[in-house]
Design a protein around this ligand. Structure first.
Ligand SMILES: [Zn+2]
Length: 304
C-alpha cells in the first residue's frame, strides 16, 4: 500500500518533471445583489425568497455582496433581511437610501442620500464602505463624475463597480407580470432562459477582459434580490460552475486593483469593462445581440 509520504514524494517528483503548461486565466466571479426590493409577494413570499437566496449562496459556499437601498429595507422585516445577510458573512454595501439616479439628480441631494443610507447600514457588522451607483449611473457628465469621485474619496467609500452586467431585472419584470396574470404559470421556461442568459453574459464580459488585457480579474456580477433569484439562483450558480466558473468572495474580489480604476469616460449605466474597452478604442455594445434592449425581442419571440 502506498504510504502518504510516498504519495507526496511521488506527486512532487511528477510535478517537477511535468512540462510547463500555459494555464488559462481563471474565470472567477462574485455575486453582487442589488436593491433588496422585497415587496413582491406572489408564488414566494419575501421571507421565503430571502431564505432561498441565502440557502443557494450557502450551498455554493459563497460569500456574496448585497448592495442595499435603504428605503426598501427600512422596516422591521427589512432589518431582519439585512441582518440575515450580515450574520451569514455576506458583505453589505451602500446603494443610496432612495435609489436615486446620480446623473439626473442634483449632486448634493445624492450625496446626502448616500450618507443617510450609510447611517442606516452602519448598524450591520457586515457593512463595508463600498458604494454602487443605482442604474450604474456615475454622474453623466465628466464634471459631475469628478464631483462624486471626490465625495466618495473624502468619505472613504470605494466604488463597487460591476464587470458582468446581466438582465435579471428585466427577466424578473416579465416573470412578475406573468405571475400576476396567472399565479400557477409554468416558470421552467423562465428558469432555462435566465440560466442561459447569465452564462452567456458572463462569457461575453470574460471575452472583453481578454480583449483589454485583463483576463485574470475577479468579476463582480450584478443581479438583484428578486423573485427570479429566489427561485433560480441555485440553478444559475450551478450552470456557471458547469461552464468553468468558480466563485470568489465578494470582499476579496473588490480588493482587486481594477475596482480602484477611475476611467475618464463616463460609465453611463454600463459595465466597467465596456468603459475600459472604449478607452482603448474597442467598441463594446454592452450585450450580445440576443440581449440588446434587455432581450425584449428574444423574450417576445419565446412568449415569455
Ligand atoms: Zn439598483
Amino acid at each position: 500500500m502506498l504510504s502518504r509520504r510516498h504519495f507526496i514524494t511521488g506527486a512532487l517528483a511528477l510535478g517537477g518533471c511535468a512540462p510547463s503548461v500555459v494555464t488559462k486565466p481563471a474565470k472567477r466571479l462574485a455575486v453582487t445583489m442589488d436593491d433588496f426590493n422585497i415587496g413582491f409577494n406572489v408564488r414566494l413570499n419575501p421571507r421565503e425568497r430571502n431564505e432561498r437566496i441565502l440557502a443557494a449562496l450557502d450551498a455554493h459556499n459563497h460569500k456574496a455582496a448585497g448592495f442595499v437601498t435603504g428605503r426598501f429595507i427600512d422596516s422591521m422585516f427589512g432589518d431582519e433581511v439585512v441582518k440575515s445577510w450580515s450574520d451569514a458573512g455576506h458583505l453589505i454595501g451602500n446603494h443610496t437610501y432612495s435609489h436615486l439616479n446620480s446623473s439626473d439628480e442634483d449632486a448634493d441631494v445624492v450625496k446626502a442620500d448616500i450618507l443617510k443610507n450609510h447611517d442606516l447600514l452602519s448598524q450591520y457588522s457586515g457593512y463595508e464602505k463600498i458604494f454602487r451607483f443605482p442604474f450604474l449611473a456615475e454622474g453623466g457628465s465628466a464634471e459631475k463624475i469628478e464631483l462624486y469621485r471626490k465625495f466618495l474619496r473624502a468619505n472613504g467609500f470605494q466604488n463597487g463597480a460591476v464587470t458582468i452586467d446581466t438582465v435579471d431585472w428585466y427577466i424578473t419584470s416579465r416573470l412578475e407580470s406573468r405571475l400576476k396574470a396567472d399565479k400557477n404559470a409554468d416558470l421552467d421556461p423562465y428558469r432555462d432562459y435566465y440560466v442561459q442568459a447569465v452564462v452567456t453574459l458572463a462569457e461575453h464580459f470574460q471575452g472583453l477582459t481578454k480583449q483589454i488585457g485583463k483576463a485574470d480579474i475577479p468579476h463582480s456580477m450584478l443581479i438583484h434580490h428578486n423573485i427570479l433569484n429566489g427561485l433560480f439562483l441555485d440553478d444559475a450558480l450551478r450552470a456557471l460552475k458547469d461552464a468553468g466558473w468558480s466563485l470568489i468572495d465578494a470582499k476579496e474580489a473588490f480588493s482587486h486593483p481594477i475596482y480602484k480604476l477611475e476611467p475618464k469616460i463616463p460609465t453611463r449605466s454600463r459595465s466597467l469593462l465596456s468603459v475600459l474597452a472604449q478607452e482603448q478604442g474597442i467598441t463594446d455594445t454592452g450585450y450580445p445581440e440576443a440581449y440588446r434592449n434587455w432581450g425584449k425581442k428574444t423574450m417576445d419571440a419565446l412568449r415569455l
